[in-house]
Structures are given as structure tokens and as C-alpha cells.
Design a protein. Sequence first.
Length: 408
Amino acid sequence: MHESAPLSSPGDLLGRKSVSHPGNPMDRPAVIFAALAMGAAGAMFYNLLPMILGMAQDGLAITTIQVGLLSAAFFLGYNVLTITAFFWIRRANWRAVTAVATPAAIAALALMGASENFGLMCVSAAFAGGAFSTLYGLAATAIGDTSNPTRWYGVKMSAEAALGAVLFLVLPSTLIASYGFKGLIGGMVLALLVIAPSFYWIPERGSEDKQPSSQASAKPAGPGDSSTAGSSRIWAALASCLLFFGGQTTIWAYAERIGQSAGFEAGAVASLLSVTLVAAVAGSATAAFLGDRWGNILPFVAACLLFLVATVLLAQSGSFAFYAAGTIVVMFSVGSGITFSVAQIASLDSDGRYVVLSVPAIGIGAMLGPGIAGFLADAGGYLPVLIFGATTVVLSVFLALFTSPPRS
């Protein structure tokens, strides 16, 4: 094993009883702690997306279409980088990659906050996307190498949403109140600087049996083998993940705009969005608690059904109570649903190379969803946005059902 993460670390807070597979070094508390911290950092831009887009539109006087393009620019960079990770994630030194990606993310954010030009903002957002996605991809791969990825993906999603909720609560009354959009970006930079020391415990490599030298001689097994059926199930699971996250992000990215267009008070909407991230923590914590007790497909379908209920609630735009309930249910469903979606990919992935493609799948969905929604909202308001989000999630359910291997 190439990694040399110390045994004594803040990761001990995770508890040694929950990582009871001494034969797998990726179950070490320090490694899991580093991966959770890295995942929270990598997801920070996404979790603050409604605030970023809303403040960019209000502060820089950009159009609704430009709002969608700014989001798409971030996820374009996110996807370009992570699609290539399929080829290097098992070969590169993870610590060296982290040492490059972390300052790159900070520099790109700083440039984005300092820019007064929309084109330059999009370019810096794209570079930020590449850097953040690198951190997120490393975290997803490290968690996928643990002995219970479903549980730790749930904890990972909880950590990601918890960081977003804290920033939603703290930033509006502090840096944003004083500096507006620049204060928001500055707060993100500060958060990343605080989290970055935790990355020290990330190992140089992942699980030994998933390294390139092992993969060459490993015997394919289970539904994720090299057969046509096994391969098609993996790609269906990735497509399901893409559509699910695309539908979810379509609603999440425009949640603040939906509330604003309905005439709800800005402070109430901002407070509500922080609560919705707590709901995402609850959703992913539920997934972590369930683990693989009921498999991945049934809980994923349940999360999608909750999402459809939420879109119906959000369509009742005249009532803040319905709006609040809808946004809360949306984020509970994404917190639980994405956990089971990625865990399903990991369960089908016998050699550990495909799980990292869940990151660009998430990114492509997050790029296409708000980008398309921007045009829909500009042409017909937010009802078409809700319908589009619901339709993509329904399609993801059909693909997810296909990924379940036939009973013997």
C-alpha cells in the first residue's frame, strides 16, 4: 500500500466501531475524515448555487439566461476535468493532485469575485469547476474504496450539506452584508482555507486491489463484470445519476429565483434555503443509517417520488408554506437519492474505475439542468422549469430499475 496516513488524527471522531474492516486501509478513520472534508469542499459551490446565482444577477445586473450560462460554465470546467479522471484517478498521486487543485480552486474563486466582466466571470467559474471537481472526484473514489460505501456516501453528503447550511446562515449577516457578491466569494475562499488542512490525511493511492496492476489480473465478478449486460448496467446507472442530479439541480439552482418571483421576502427565502440544506443533511443521514439494508434501488425510487411531490408543492407559488415545504422536500430527496445513486454505481463497479465517472455524471446533470432551465424560465416562467425537472427525474427512475441485476 502506498498511503501513509497516520493512525492518530481528528478522523478518530468517526469512531472505530463503524469501520470494522482491518484488512482495508481505506477504512481507517483518518482517511475517511480526509475524504469527507474534501467532499464537503468540493461540493461547496454547488450547495451555495442559488445564493451565487441570485446575488450575481442582482449585483451585476445580468439576465436570466446569463445566470444559467454562469452555472453552466462552472460545470463545464467541472466535467472536462472529471471525465479525464477515469484514466488517471488510479495512477496519479492523490496527495500531489490535492496540492495543485486546492490553491487552484482558491485562485479561481478570487478571480471570479474580483471580475466585473461577465465573460471573465464565466472563464474563472470554469477553472473553479475543474479544481473543485478534482477534490470531489478524489473524495468520491476514496469513499468508494471503503468497505461500506453506501454508509459513507451518506455521511459524505451530510457533511457537504452541513457546510452549505452553515455558510447560508453565517455569510448573509457578515461578509455579504458588507461586501455583497464579493463577500460571498470571499467567504467561500475562507471556508476552503479552513478545511484544507484536513486534506493532509488523504492517501497517495486508493485501495490496493483497485490499482492498475491489480486490475489487469483481477477476475471480473458480479453485475459490474466485463460482460455486455454488466457494462450496460453500469452505464445505465451513470445515466440515471446524471438525469437525477440534472432534475434536482434544475429546481435547486432556481429555488431562490422562484421565491423571489412569487414576491416572498428576501430574508425569509435566504433563511429557508439554509433550512433546506439541513433537510439535505437529514436525507443523506437517513441513507447512511439505512446503508445497504434495502439495497440501493428501492430507496432511490422512494427519493424520486418525494421529489415529484415537491415539484407539485412548488407549483403552488402563491403560498410560502407550500414553497417552503417543496424546497425542503426537494433537498431531502437529493440528499438521500444521490447517495443511493452513487452507491449503486459503486456496487456495479468491480475494478473501481467507473465510480469516479459519477462525478462528471453529476456535473453534466448540474450543467445541463440549469442551462436549459434558464431558457425555459426566460420564455415561460418557472412552471416549465418544474415540469422539466420532474421529467428528468422520472427518466432516471426507469434507468435505475434497469441497473438491478436479474434474479437467479
